[in-house]
Design a protein around this ligand. Sequence first.
Ligand code: NI
Length: 170
Amino acid sequence: MAKLHILRYPDPRLHTVAKPVAEVDDRIRRLIDDMLESMYDADGVGLAATQVDVHERVIVIDTSDSRQDPRVLINPEIIARSAEMTFADEGCLSVPLVYDKVQRNAQVTVRALDREGKSYEFEADGLLAICVQHEMDHLLGKVFVEYLSQLKRDRIKTKMLKKTRDEERA
Ligand code: NI
């Protein structure tokens, strides 16, 4: 396994639309293992392939307290959404140390392929529902800060560019 470099906002590559995975093979399973290692290493609850500059529809998630319950979503689709909405703080490994509120469906039903290429469905609520919607946005080239006001987004851009510059100098 290998730790992958996570793109940081406002890197334009984060706005790439991912393609469906044609075949769940060893290459995809290696990508999944590397994404899981990178997500756990960065203390994240989810990671989309877009964030590691691979533009295929692959997501890994672990919202468990134990951090030992990895969930793999390949070619995910949301097949049902609750009318009820939730409004909660989100963060993102591509936008470190920034948290802000985003509106999402409170429950979603998801269909995806697992790491063996087998189709499965699950219902999600709470943090998992938010996480699935957040990660699926990444596959469409959308970062959560794009839900915020232009003013906030500009501030975040400035902050991220400064952070990257400071790290490069260090
Ligand atoms: Ni994210």
